[in-house]
Design a binder for this molecule. Structure first.
Ligand SMILES: NC(=O)c1ccc[n+]([C@@H]2O[C@H](COP(=O)([O-])OP(=O)(O)OC[C@H]3O[C@@H](n4cnc5c(N)ncnc54)[C@H](O)[C@@H]3O)[C@@H](O)[C@H]2O)c1
Length: 369
């Protein structure tokens, strides 16, 4: 993607300086005498609690030390541009997630056709694997056609290895689409229906993040980010819902949002991404209400920090970020793509028939603190 881009992939964290030092130079030790017209409310100190006043709104910024707010700030020196395709390693299906353990029949997706956008790689690929393992045929949709074809073959091979002697192999196909283009989305949905006969489930994982501080975020890149993350989710959902309504068939749609749609994770600045994922989350709720009468459910999964090819590369280049990220996660660990397999199967299947408009956070507890 971004073929026309001049900038190549770049992950950089400019050496850090204390945010406090940049934004709030240490103030003069002397307070300005109070006056009715200029005195800020925070200078109203409680005489009995002076020792702790500096840590309240009575204190000036930085008065109780440089630590103030330091774990809750974005750091504008963290800058990450989404890399070119060839700079990201391939993803592979995870091993050992198939097999024959008994589970609830309502989790089965036998006879269903699922579509996964962004399914060539990363979270999308592993969630597609969860659908295949649960009995569905799957269409992988991606801008990277070559990678999608490779991943489709891998999914079938993986299924064969984990289910020796199985009579019917799943049908897994690869389809090109730029999810931000209405024409491309409509053509792609028509191609999938022609190939598979129908669509029952949709998972929208096509999306990406970049990190720039808001002041210097290039406008064209911001538009691209929103068009893939928000428009792409909307366009695919509407296309699949239209098909389900025409078929008068129930279905389940799962949007991949992010914990960043509910909270502002730090330190990397990413205001447009956060806003895009908030839109995705609320779009799920809104469409859930709009299509509930037709038995079409729409839910959102909001992952926390998951170790994919992209996040791995970011952390390889910025080891400091790993410590900061994991120190803010109650479970203390990042998630793996396979940690989404159960969540997506639950929401796609009849196990969640009475769940719609929900946001399922899979984030190690990040958004609880
Ligand atoms: N990795 C994480 O930690 C994390 C956390 C929270 C949310 N998410 C979200 O999960 C989703 C998947 O993330 P990932 O880490 O697997 O990313 P990834 O880059 O590994 O995979 C994204 C896939 O989407 C495809 N894609 C990008 N733009 C597209 C377009 N316009 N049309 C069609 N396909 C397109 C890419 O080719 C790629 O195959 C994204 O929406 C991301 O925002 C990821």
């Amino acid at each position: 993607m971004f073929q026309s881009r001049v900038l190549r992939s770049a992950f950089q964290v400019v050496p850090r300086c204390a945010p406090r030092a940049r934004f709030a130079p240490r103030r003069q030790p002397q307070f300005t005498p109070r006056s009715f017209s200029t005195t800020p409310f925070r200078l109203e100190k409680d005489e009995n609690g002076e020792e702790h006043d500096s840590a309240t709104t009575a204190g000036q910024p930085g008065e109780s030390g440089d630590h103030e707010g330091q774990f809750a700030r974005t750091d504008e020196t963290v800058r990450v541009e989404y890399p070119e395709e060839e700079d990201l390693p391939r993803s592979a299906p995870v091993q050992g997630r198939g097999g024959r353990l008994r589970t609830l029949a309502s989790f089965s997706l036998e006879g269903r056709v699922g579509v996964v956008t962004g399914g060539a790689r990363g979270l999308g690929l592993v969630m597609a694997q969860a659908l295949v393992t649960s009995g569905a045929d799957v269409a992988l949709v991606d801008m990277n056609r070559v990678e999608a074809v490779h991943s489709a073959e891998q999914l079938i091979q993986n299924f064969r290895n984990e289910n020796p002697g199985v009579k019917r192999l799943p049908k897994v196909t690869a389809h090109f689409c730029d999810v931000s283009s209405p024409t491309s989305v409509n053509d792609c949905i028509a191609e999938i229906i022609k190939t598979h006969g129908k669509i029952d489930n949709l998972v929208t994982s096509a999306g990406f993040t970049e990190n720039y501080n808001a002041i210097s975020y290039p406008y064209d890149r911001m538009q691209k980010l929103w068009s893939v993350n928000v428009d792409g989710t909307y366009l695919f959902a509407v296309g699949v819902a239209r098909h389900l309504l025409e078929r008068q068939s129930p279905g389940s749609i799962v949007f991949i949002g992010s914990m960043s749609g509910a909270i502002v994770n730090v330190p990397q600045p990413q205001a447009p991404y956060n806003a895009a994922k908030a839109a995705v989350r609320h779009l799920a709720a809104s469409l859930a209400v709009e299509w509930a009468h037709a038995g079409i459910r729409v839910n959102c999964i909001s992952p926390g920090y998951m170790l994919t090819a992209l996040t791995k590369k970011i952390l390889d280049d910025n080891p400091d970020l790993k410590k900061q990220w994991t120190s803010l996660i109650p479970q203390g660990k990042m998630g793996r793509p396979e940690d989404l397999m159960g969540a997506v199967t639950f929401l796609a299947s009849d196990a969640s028939l009475y769940v719609t408009g929900a946001d399922l956070r899979v984030d190690g507890g990040y958004t609880n603190t």
